[in-house]
Design a protein around this ligand. Sequence first.
Ligand SMILES: [Zn+2]
Length: 363
Amino acid sequence: MIICEKCFCDTEVISIIRSKKEIGSCPQCKSKNVYIYDTNKYDDLNILFDDFLSIYTPSSQLPDSYPNSETFLLKDELIENWNIFNNKSKSEVYNIITSICKEKYQYNAELFDQPVGIQELYDKEYLSNHSLLTTNSWDDFVEALETKNRFHTHYINLDLLERYCSYIRKPYKAGEIFYRCRISSKDGFNCEEMGAPPIDKTADGRANARGIRCLYLGDSLDTTIYETRVGAYDYVTVGMFELKKDIIVVDLKVIHQISPYIEGLDCLEYAINREHLNKINDEMSKIMRRSDSTLDYIPTQYITDFIKSITHDGMAEYDGIEYKSVMHGDGYNLAIFDPSLFKCVGTNVYRIDTIDYRKHSIK
Ligand SMILES: [Zn+2]
């Protein structure tokens, strides 16, 4: 079967396809002039997929205690939980994986045709050694932080968290522009008033505890205005912030989309932790209501402080974290540990004309 780079989203798979240096048309997705890969000619993807798919066991070979409700067809699992294929239907995914893994399909068709599960998800011993959360529960971790031990919890495996962070490093070059919004008067604020608040004015945020300065920025004018949750007819000042030197941040918004094919990544371990990694991503971008307790920020403050503490050769490894904006579509936010890494280079004052209130009935 001929497949092409456009059939996939996974960067490791795409780079293997490109490495064959064959250009042509793809019969699967109809792309023209793209790098193509013939599954009958090469076995690089076969090796990659065989290894990855070995984390799954067909239901007939799973222990009786494995919950049936937690088994899924491989093609569904690959579409819903892994970011490997680019807009493919279930039958297309089935055809592609059975062509890539022809031999596996010949002697273990159950893997492709029966519902499958990950045995280790219910293996207590495996979980105690490999789960990011030592009791395998996000709620236990949160409760322990809030009510038992705030700074030295044993409920999270920090070595593993550090390793996952290393897979989602994102560099930014000096000169990049980000935005920061503050509700203001018609006269607006000047540049000096647009930075992170001084220590005595800091408040608890998702990436900083009170007393610790942190510069929160949005990727666009709209993102930062939405994140500020302004009211209609409010005036706001938006500062443009320029990055002064090259930095590296941890891109938490893709923490659940790490390629299972990255060299050195234990994909079974990653698969059993994906639920927890999703939770970190969700918590980071969760909408906070005014009535919420500052205790709700503690889990993300803990994770942010840990990321801040990671060093390499005695130097801090990361300068901030990046997380998605729930207030504004594809927008994202940065929380920068050292506010002096950015300089405010200009401000504009806006009046908010309309706000689109959407609601749904909950009672
Ligand atoms: Zn294609």
